[in-house]
Design a protein around this ligand. Structure first.
Ligand SMILES: [Zn+2]
Length: 290
């Protein structure tokens, strides 16, 4: 999910309900939306009162064009009729990608507020710092900014007897029967490149070479920044780690398994690698399977 070019990451205090803007209101872990099963819409300012939004808890997320973006939690137990709270993942085809990306940022800022009310070192109540971007402990001075966890993804390819083959795996934590590139979190003191080599060897027992950067994507489920690479197979046979990988195999690009959603960097990485050798491949269709 990409923040739109017209989005500015700026912090500002809430100026009251008359302020025109975009409202990202969360009820537990779901974004509150209106609209029927099809298209979803954000809530608008007149609905804030019935949703139990406390003005003192509203935070600025940034600015989209001239519209200020706000985030807050509902204070009500049950949502009023006509509203529902949906996990962001379920809104992939229902909200524009730009709003979904801002909603991801909004949710992470809200989660930061919730989890940093007190200092992690001495336990005193934190106060807002650096124009509300951070928290500072007035007792011991410890400062906390929202954290991101860097994660790495690598698509390993080789030219086999059947042409271009991709190493795809079904992870133990994947939903459904989706197959994707290998991925893992970067460990302290490790480079992202080190992580790519280590994860591939740990998860499937292979060595890789020619590691090349592809791109990155914010992945707010929660707080991840996924950094994607493509690499060539350098040796070894697949031996999957059963704790992480339920199945892993070399798939010829004309016989691919179910792939991740088109909005994910995993799918963009897979699509770009397929397109090198098969620009008409059906998996490249924007709203295709998966
Ligand atoms: Zn402290």
């Amino acid at each position: 999910m990409l923040l739109p070019e017209t989005f500015q990451v700026v912090s500002f205090p809430y100026a009251g309900p008359a302020e025109a803007g975009l409202w990202f209101i969360f009820h537990h872990q779901g974004l509150v939306i209106t609209g029927a099963e099809g298209a979803a819409e954000l809530v608008t300012a007149p609905a804030l009162h019935s949703l139990g939004v406390d003005a003192s808890q509203v935070r600025g997320v940034g600015r989209l064009g001239k519209a200020c973006c706000w985030v807050a939690h509902t204070q009500c137990e049950e949502l009023p009729p006509g509203f529902s709270a949906e996990p962001l993942r379920s809104l992939f085809n229902r909200l524009p990608e730009a709003l979904l990306a801002i909603a991801g940022r909004a949710q992470q800022l809200l989660d930061f507020e919730r989890s940093h009310r007190f200092c992690g070192a001495c336990g005193a109540a934190n106060e807002a710092f650096d124009e509300c971007r951070a928290k500072r402990c007035p007792a011991c001075g410890q400062i906390a900014y929202p954290r991101l966890a860097p994660a790495m993804m690598v698509l390993v390819k080789r030219d086999g007897p059947a042409g271009r083959e991709l190493l795809l795996a079904h992870g133990a934590r994947f939903p459904g029967v989706i197959y994707s590139a290998l991925a893992g979190f970067v460990e302290p003191s490790e480079s992202v490149e080190d992580c790519a080599h280590r994860e591939v060897f740990e998860e499937v027992g292979l060595r890789i070479k020619n590691l090349r950067y592809f791109g990155s994507q914010c992945w707010p489920f929660p707080n991840s920044l996924m950094i994607a690479f493509v690499a060539d197979w350098a040796g070894g046979e697949i031996v999957a780690d059963p704790a992480e990988i339920l199945d892993a195999a070399w798939f010829p690009i004309d016989a691919l398994p179910p792939l991740p959603h088109q909005i994910t960097i995993a799918r963009r990485l897979i699509n770009a690698t397929i397109a090198e050798v098969a620009p008409e491949h059906p998996a490249l269709t924007v709203y295709g399977a998966g």
